[in-house]
Design a protein around this ligand. Sequence first.
Ligand code: ADP
Ligand code: MG
Length: 362
Amino acid sequence: MSTPVSARPATALNTPDLTNGEAPALEVKGLVKDFHSGGLFSRASVRALGGVDLTIRRGEIVALVGESGSGKSTLARCIARLEKPTAGRILLNGTDVLKRDRFQASREYRSQLQMVFQDPFGSLNPVHRIEHFLTRSLTLHGKAGTPAQLRTRLDGLMTTVGLTPDMLNSYPHELSGGQRQRVAIARALAVEPEVILADEPTSMLDVSVRIGILNLMRQLRDKQGISMLYITHDLASARYLADRIAVMFAGELVEEGESLDLLANPAHPYTRLLVSAVPDPARTGSYDPRERAALRAAVMESSSCAFDGDPEQRCSAAEPVRHRVGDPANEHWVRCHLYRPPASAASHALSAEPRTENKASA
Ligand code: ADP
Ligand code: MG
């Protein structure tokens, strides 16, 4: 095991070479979210996020992957300020938004950051026509203009998301799932956001229309420079869409890196488990069903980490440090005591994080 080179807390390192001098579009530092559990008078809580650090540069698409219940939606909802984080910071263009808008997200924040949800039907009130949703969004953010300008903007939004302007007169139930999700995206676009958080935007859609939504998201990034957090449990779509992938396990990011590099060289047992579920014609022979079952048993059959509570493993006593994996250009790191860096990489530990708090609740 290599010796960590610095003892800075994780929030201070936050991959400093990511920003190229300009503030990233979105930065999350040490985000913690505890949910109250138990009865009315109980003080019990569940830790859904255990101190998450995440950076999204301008015009970058970062995928957040992890199995159901790992905390992905909680992170997005905290960033969108639909949930109140227990601790941590959220910076948009370098501005600390929890300090600026202490109690709720301001209109300014909503015009900078929008969220697209999994269920496009649930997010569109069935009694209104499509025109209503888009007009409302434009009006709320002062972007409606004159009636003629409004008409042009409505038509433009529909065209941008690949729908025809005549569909403005439709009701949500008259559209397909894919078309409804396009409307939800158009509604988010109406405010001209810099960042979009898309929480499993394709998981309720037919397989045949998913690719269209992913292509639309990519187009929005390419043409409008919108930064995105793309949440999914589907690594294949993450590879297709995202520049970088962050892997969440039990409320903590355990590995992150440039998409292709992370998928080609997964370093954390949990990432390997996720990767093993992705059909890949180029990977012949590896991950037969038995190997996958063993991997799953090792990683999943535990409340937190398979190695938690094992006195032989250092995870039980202290948080694992971050280790850089491979070429620094790939910005690939892993946090796991089981990771053994190559002997030549003694200086590759990125932080020694002196957090020894209760791991079981993470
Ligand atoms: P994911 O989106 O990755 O499936 P979630 O963020 O929805 O995961 O959930 C993470 C954990 O937080 C789960 O254990 C879930 O039960 C818990 N959780 C989420 N929302 C709430 C809530 N409102 N109250 C209590 N626990 C919650
Ligand atoms: Mg979710």
